[in-house]
Design a protein around this ligand. Structure first.
Ligand code: HEC
Length: 270
């Protein structure tokens, strides 16, 4: 063997050796990958284990925190922080390591693009971070869907509510603020309808306080739902199931965009 290696320098021999090394390397990678696949931890990190410990919170206290936080980090991060700051104290990790302030970008329906209202997006992040995603392994033979469902509930509830609901103890703006129904979870639609009804522009203290109160209202309701979930009393309430019902991802306010002529999506043949 040694002799032949010393004497044989043909390309084919070298290729064969490289080939063998390659197969060995690939084998090692496969073994490592197998290890990773066997342990969800290794793939996703130590925080990907649900549910995160949740302690029941006071909705009104949470709403006050969200209201104040809005003036520092705006809607999305305000909702996240209103809950996670308290859980950092009551529970510690993994909440301590969660980078709540990163979510400032949810402001204005994400960097001002008027998409999902940051308060809704923040609530979705909180519910799904605590309860976990609907793709996690079943617990006691049951799919874990409450994070997903609480998100649906919040979106529908928000769309149908006269906002803002929550009035802080010491409001920064004392003018009485009109309430409007968005009929949509979108920032653009929600803020737009409110500005139209109130006459206040986007940069006004009134519009800002309105959005701070909306964040507080969402934080309040989210804590109610999470507390119910913690007590095993949570029941999903959302009725809007667009993909099943309409064969397309959508909000519920079809006619606001399509007028009377709402198109229908191609449905799968049975
Ligand atoms: C925020 C505005 C908005 C809402 C709300 C909305 N749509 Fe749309 N929808 C659009 C736009 C814009 C398009 C793209 C239209 C196009 O390209 O012709 C579209 C496209 C569609 C399409 C693709 C086929 C087509 O003819 O364009 C279907 C089907 C559809 N919408 C159904 C619905 C249904 C059903 C609802 C309510 C459950 C809904 N939409 C709510 C704005 C909206």
């Amino acid at each position: 063997m040694e002799k032949s290696e010393k004497t044989c320098h043909s390309p084919s021999r070298r290729q064969m050796m490289i080939g063998t090394a390659g197969v060995l390397a690939a084998g090692t990678v496969l073994t490592q990958l197998g290890g990773l696949l066997n342990s969800a931890h290794a793939v996703g990190g130590s925080t990907e284990k649900w549910p995160w410990r949740y302690e029941k919170l006071d909705p009104a206290k949470t709403a006050e925190i969200a209201y104040e936080e809005w003036y520092r980090v705006f809607c999305g991060a305000a909702v996240i922080n209103s809950i996670f700051s308290q859980l950092r104290e009551k529970v510690g990790e993994p909440y301590t390591s969660f980078p709540s302030d990163s979510f400032v970008f949810l402001e204005g329906g994400m960097v001002g693009w008027g998409m999902t209202c940051g308060s809704n997006a923040g609530a979705a992040i909180v519910a799904n971070t605590i309860i976990g995603p609907r793709i996690q392994p079943e617990i006691a033979g049951k799919k874990v869907t409450e994070g997903h469902e609480i998100t649906e509930d919040i979106f529908q509830w928000y769309s149908e509510a006269s906002m803002p609901i929550f009035v802080p103890k010491t409001p920064k703006v004392t003018t009485e603020l009109v309430k409007t129904k968005a009929e949509s979870p979108l920032c653009h639609v929600s803020v737009g309808k409110w500005m139209k009804a109130s006459g206040f522009p986007i940069g006004s203290p009134e519009r800002k306080d309105r959005c701070a109160r909306v964040a507080a209202s969402v934080a309040y309701h989210l804590v109610e739902l999470l507390n119910d979930w913690k007590d095993g009393k949570y029941k999903p309430t959302a009725t809007h199931k667009p993909v099943k019902e309409f064969g397309i991802t959508a909000q519920m306010n079809c006619m606001e965009c399509h007028g009377d002529n709402v198109p229908s999506a191609p449905m799968a043949k049975k």
